[in-house]
Design a protein. Structure first.
Length: 151
């Protein structure tokens, strides 16, 4: 099957039951996509963008992604990655960092749809992403900071 990953055409032959997470990590070597609960789809650590929508990749069969565009944190531009890193550091939102790539990708999807989200918008968008280190106040602050910086 063919798909586009981080702007590059990829030809892959996923196993029948292989998840998108497994394809991205194991076959394509994209390490920002984390496995926190596979195949439950309940922690958000494996969130990627598929055709612009935030998707938990552990709960998606790789075969269902044929012809689609997938973006992982590695596929964000250097400026976008710097924006997120600066926002997380300034807000004190980065601790162990395991959940950060999934949160960033979920927040990236939000900001692409709504560049000026309210605090409630951000909180709602991140409902499916778990973080055991920070509590969520600083993460919400980081997303709002990134939105303000990119506006």
């Amino acid at each position: 099957m063919e798909l586009v990953v981080n702007g590059e055409k990829v030809v892959a032959e996923p196993r029948a039951e292989q998840s998108l997470l497994e394809l991205l990590r194991d076959d394509l070597g994209l390490r920002s996509v984390k496995d926190g609960c596979a195949p439950e789809g309940s922690c958000g650590a494996c969130t990627v963008l598929v055709d612009g929508r935030a998707v938990v990749s552990c709960a998606q069969k790789a075969t269902r992604i044929e012809g689609k565009h997938v973006v992982t944190q590695e596929g964000l531009s250097e400026d976008e990655r710097r924006l997120w890193a600066d926002a997380f550091v300034a807000a004190g939102a980065s601790q162990c960092g395991y959940c950060s790539p999934g949160i960033v990708m979920k927040a990236e999807a939000l900001l692409r749809k709504n560049p000026e989200p309210s605090g409630e918008d951000v909180a709602h968008a991140l409902l499916g992403n778990l973080c055991r280190c920070t509590g969520y106040t600083n993460i919400l602050r980081a997303v709002r900071r990134a939105a303000a910086s990119s506006a």
